[in-house]
Design a binder for this molecule. Structure first.
Ligand code: ATP
Ligand code: MG
Length: 410
């Protein structure tokens, strides 16, 4: 610039602000910076793809040399989550760090936070890691959840109210995709179930009469600003998400608004920074009950990659890079089909390749595969997003794709 500021001009805030903001850790991390992620699964992979599309460098920490995210990242640190050298290397390479795996040890996040901005914070992740703490947080936020009891001792087991039966015993920690859960009808079954999970801390939840399930993704910035994606209607099969449908009318409007408000208060209560998924049950009487939270993008938000102008992974990049959050807009009705490893098997053990060419001949189909080397039954291998001009058309195409793939109709 050939017109430097004259003494008569007050120093511009634009000149000073970035430096002050950088010192306070509030300036945006611009493209060219390196974003780090703990965990190398499919969520990390899609985060890496998005970050790279926006001009960032990426670093992934995951011990598996063939992890889906590690395979596509600029840097891949192949150590366990608690390895001090691995964590130090991640901090050295990264300008900010996030997680894609909620069971990452909170201590690892806390360690990284000594050196780099980490979002979400260890304190928030540790709530999501423990069903007992998670439920206590819902109660504190005034968001209704299923009636439950914490079971950590034989005394607490004996004191369980019969009102909670039939119920689902869930291990307090390390559960996912319905793992670590036992359905129980009687006190004797409850005792046997607690034995079967090794008497680890659990919660017993009352079995509720579900009408449907839904979830909301919210993104909250370090400045407290919050945006959300449209409410997802989810179908689970055998404890695993099978289908997500997102379009006008997928849920009654008042219910959707209630879910968004509840999700935002859960995020606010945690002073959350990052992308948070809040899962809900809608009971047969139409009431809304919160199920659980995931401190990261979520399988039910994958439709946003093709149906929204800002995806859940872009929201993750934006929150951790302290970029502005703008309210995402859904431009197409969408259905997402989860592609489980079962589709890679014909009857019994005979391996097969799903009919991708036929599926992709259907208009508005978008295939996402996670690069996993081996298909196993129940393993999430990828997903198919279907977009169309109308909800009816999206559903019709999704049903055709499901039939080609051998996914039961919905
Ligand atoms: P994920 O992490 O994959 O979402 P998870 O292992 O954490 O799953 P939950 O979300 O607790 O498991 O439960 C899995 C599914 O089981 C729910 O989506 C719902 O279909 C059913 N379920 C769980 N709790 C209850 C309940 N109290 N009453 C009725 N159904 C339930
Ligand atoms: Mg769940």
């Amino acid at each position: 610039m050939n017109n430097p500021a004259t003494p008569s001009e007050t120093p511009t805030s634009t000149a000073r602000a970035p430096q002050a903001a950088a010192e306070a850790g509030t300036a945006p991390l611009l493209p060219g910076s390196t974003l780090g992620v703990l965990g190398g699964g499919q969520l990390g992979r899609m985060f890496v793809h998005q970050a790279q599309a926006m001009g960032y460098f990426t670093a992934v920490l995951d011990a598996d040399p063939t992890s889906p995210a590690g395979l596509v990242s600029h840097h891949h640190i192949q150590t366990g989550y608690e390895d001090p050298q691995g964590l130090a290397e991640l901090a050295r390479l990264s300008d900010a760090v996030t997680t894609e795996f909620e069971n990452v040890p909170a201590a690892a996040l806390a360690k990284l936070a000594e050196q780099r901005p980490v979002s979400p914070a260890a304190s928030a992740v540790s709530v999501a890691q423990d069903r007992a703490r998670e439920k206590a947080h819902f109660v504190a936020c005034g968001v209704p959840c299923a009636p439950y009891a914490v079971i950590e001792s034989a005394e607490q087991l004996a004191a369980v109210s019969p009102d909670l039966l039939p119920g689902i015993l869930k291990t307090a920690r390390m559960g996912y995709d319905g793992k670590g859960q036992v359905r129980v009808k009687t006190p004797a079954e409850l005792t046997a179930a607690w034995d079967s999970v090794g008497q680890v801390p659990c919660v017993l939840e009352k079995m509720l009469p579900l009408q449907l399930e839904c979830s909301v993704l919210v993104a909250r910035g370090a400045d407290g600003s919050m945006v959300h994606l449209p409410v997802q209607r989810n179908l689970h099969r055998e404890g695993i998400l099978a289908v997500t449908e997102v379009y006008e009318g997928n849920l009654p409007t008042a219910l959707a608004e209630q879910a968004v408000a509840a999700a935002k208060s859960v995020a606010e209560g945690l002073q959350y920074v990052g992308v948070l998924c809040v899962e809900f049950f809608v009971l047969q009487d139409g009431s809304l009950v919160v199920n659980e939270i995931a401190p990261r993008p979520h399988n039910s938000g994958h439709y946003s990659q093709n149906a929204c102008d800002v995806s859940q992974f872009e929201l993750q990049v934006r929150t951790m890079a302290r970029l502005p959050l703008t309210q995402p807009r859904q431009h197409s009705p969408a259905v997402m089909l989860n592609l489980l490893g079962d589709l890679w098997f014909a009857d019994g053990d005979t391996a097969q390749t799903p009919p991708w060419a036929e599926v992709l001949a259907l208009p508005g189909t978008h295939l996402h595969l996670y690069g996993k080397r081996e298909a196993k039954r129940g393993r999430k291998m990828g997903h198919l997003n279907i977009t169309a001009a109308t909800a009816e058309a999206a559903r019709a195409t999704a049903l055709k794709a499901a039939a080609l793939l051998g996914i039961a109709p919905f």
